[in-house]
Design a protein around this ligand. Structure first.
Ligand code: ATP
Ligand code: MG
Length: 382
């Protein structure tokens, strides 16, 4: 079910970005708003180098495809990312030497090496199989017992315990799936425990809301934030920084890869590689795989817009927003050239109870949710 909040019943300070109650809060908010204007810089990860102990608040996005950490630096926002994937091979002393030499990230458990992150992808490609994934469709995978341990190992390569015990870390959580499965409560609680065990004060933010917080500071945090990721598309309608409606559909990049793969008889890893390397939605597709990818992009955007129409028209008490509101697209599935234009064209066929002013694309599609989480963490840190 889509989550709808009655504005009057919101007693919690959900709109942490608004209504400064004292000077200190006002200062925090100013700092956070200023941070949202900073450029983003991706830090290259050096395997074998120890992760940083953050000095200030942290934003963390554990997504179906990627894990991203964002930190506030003097003149920019620093992000660092890793692939949320793993691959197991039987352990052997001989192989261990090679793995250490090649600086592959792994840990050993019950006679298996768990190779994780981007290293897992290289291994899977070598064996011509798919990587295993700790998450499925936006949530901790019910099929992978070791999923959480892998996520912990990945996060530990990106950040260590904070310099100051109890530092605020805001992590991204998915919205309730409209028709699908998966428990936000379970997912959120498990991640929260892990983050607390690292010495942080955990705080969560809905993924669509994180897009709004990162991208709509100049629009009074009013608009639709949409994250098109690997496992799901997350949507949030925010009104003056209140997440009025949040929901997700469990269809996104992985769905496109799998459906296009099945249609043309290729493994999903292959269609994924072609999608990421070659797909241009402004061009006529020139082969079978590109045709299939185009068709499933159309289907995804159609389903996303259909869900938006369904949810917005069936929700009572949507605030009467007089001025047209912007839509911001983010998530790495919005990356191919022409995605925004496709979305805009298909939007013309949808009738929504709110008027849309523009469709924008976030600056850094992969890291925007982590940036939004960081800004939220900065407003909460005291
Ligand atoms: N250049 C590209 N073109 C098209 N798709 C891409 C590109 N780069 C990455 N992707 C796709 O983006 C998806 C991952 O997006 P993202 O990292 O935003 O998801 P996530 O946050 O990990 O997942 P979720 O939010 O669904 O839990 C994958 O399906 C990947 O194939
Ligand atoms: Mg995501």
């Amino acid at each position: 079910m889509a989550e709808k909040k009655d504005l009057e019943s919101l007693q919690e300070p959900v709109n942490a970005l608004k209504g400064p109650s004292d000077e200190k809060t006002a200062e925090q908010i100013e700092k956070a708003a200023a941070a949202s204007q900073k450029p983003m810089v991706t830090k290259e990860k050096v395997i074998g180098e120890d992760a940083e102990s953050p000095k200030g608040p942290v934003g963390l996005d554990i997504g179906t495809s990627h894990v991203v950490v964002a930190q506030n630096k003097r003149n920019y926002i620093e992000t660092i990312q890793e692939l949320n994937a793993f691959f197991t091979v039987p352990s052997a002393k001989f192989a261990k030497g090679i793995l250490n030499q090649k600086e592959v990230m792994y840990y050993e458990r019950e006679d298996q090496y768990y190779i994780f992150g981007y290293s897992a992808e290289s291994f899977a490609n070598m064996f011509n199989v798919n990587t295993r994934r700790p998450m499925k469709d936006g949530f901790l995978s019910p099929n992978e017992e070791e999923g959480l341990s892998v996520i912990q190992a990945i996060v530990n390569t990106l950040i260590r315990k904070p310099k100051k015990f109890g530092e605020v870390l805001c992590f991204v959580i998915p919205g309730e799936p409209l028709d699908g499965t998966g428990s936000v409560v379970y997912h959120e609680s498990v991640i929260k425990r892990f983050i607390s065990s690292l010495g942080y004060s955990p705080l969560s933010i809905n993924e669509g809301m994180a897009i709004v917080v990162s991208e709509l500071s100049e629009d009074d945090f009013t608009g639709l934030g949409i994250s098109m990721g690997g496992g799901m598309c997350n949507v949030c309608l925010s009104y003056l920084s209140f997440p009025v409606i949040t929901y997700s559909i469990q269809m996104a990049g992985d769905y496109i890869d799998a459906m296009a793969g099945t249609a043309v008889g290729e493994p999903a890893t292959k269609t994924k590689a072609i999608k990421e390397g070659e797909l241009d939605l402004t061009q006529e597709p020139k082969d079978r795989v590109l045709t299939a990818l185009n068709i499933f992009y159309d289907e995804l955007i159609f389903k996303l817009l259909e869900s938006l129409q369904r949810v917005l028209t069936s929700t009572e008490n949507i605030p009467k927003i007089k001025a047209p509101i912007p839509i911001v697209l983010s998530g790495a599935t919005a990356m191919p050239k022409g995605c925004k234009e496709k979305f805009e064209n298909m939007l013309k066929n949808v009738s929504l109870p709110v008027q849309i002013s523009t469709v924008r694309v976030a600056e850094d599609l992969l890291c925007t949710p982590a940036k939004g989480a960081l800004i939220m963490a900065m407003t909460e840190a005291g």
